[in-house]
Unconditional design. Structure first.
Length: 225
């Protein structure tokens, strides 16, 4: 079963649980996605499902892209991504994938392009500390300091310096799905996720194991109900 979907970040808000505790959540518009292609080991060397998300108006795609959707009698979509699946026999072109593939209590990994913040110094980019403000060093408090020292007198590869911050793909793992609105295709995911507002999110079932304590708590809640 495919436990992946493409979504869009809507906003952040907070909800209350049964005990009155505040839970910060991110509202995500998850799907509906359309299956646009099915990759098989025999034909492509790997098995995967290609999903498309986000309606487009007018001539927003180039000829090869629009021709691909026209060939399969599908509406034009904004985002197209592939997700690896072990068994592709249950999928067909034109099939819809909705938010109901997830349920409350599931854990997901969310991948997205982080917010670009331009050129940043080492304090903002790497959380460096400031230099002392004594002896009139008014213009060096946010400077990086010396890059030399003992050993080879050169700047080594990977040394933390100022540079471009953000605008790169980031994955936050093991986030809990608090609630699912099947009718509106909306997920409430606990905590913050990367991407700007209305940014595209790739949501997958988590690859990390859920702690045994969490599983026991979920089982106890189910028994009480």
């Amino acid at each position: 079963m495919l436990k992946s979907i493409i979504g869009k970040k809507v906003c952040m808000t907070q909800i209350f649980d049964d005990k009155g505790n505040i839970i910060p959540v991110t509202v995500v518009e998850a799907g509906p996605c359309v299956v646009t292609n099915v990759r098989t080991v025999k034909k492509d060397g790997y098995s995967a499902v290609q999903l498309a998300f986000g309606d487009l108006k007018g001539k927003s795609l180039n000829k090869p892209q629009s021709g691909f959707f026209k060939k399969n009698n599908l509406p034009q979509k904004k985002v197209v991504r592939e997700f690896r699946v072990a068994n592709v026999a249950e999928f067909s072109i034109g099939q819809e994938i909705k938010a109901d593939i997830f349920k409350a209590g599931d854990y997901v990994d969310v991948c997205a392009l982080s917010k670009g913040k331009g050129y940043a110094g080492v304090i903002k980019r790497h959380n460096f500390g400031m230099q002392p403000t004594t002896h009139g060093q008014s213009d060096r408090t946010r400077a990086r300091g010396s890059s030399g020292g003992q050993g080879p007198q050169k700047v080594l590869k990977g040394m933390r310096m100022s540079g471009h911050l953000g605008n790169e793909y980031v994955t936050i793992q093991r986030l809990c799905v608090i609630d699912v609105d099947v009718e509106r295709n909306v997920l409430l995911i606990k905590g913050a996720v990367p991407a700007v507002k209305t940014g595209t999110l790739l949501i997958n079932s988590t690859i990390k194991e859920v702690p045994v304590i969490v599983q026991e708590l979920k089982a106890n809640k189910t028994k009480k109900k």
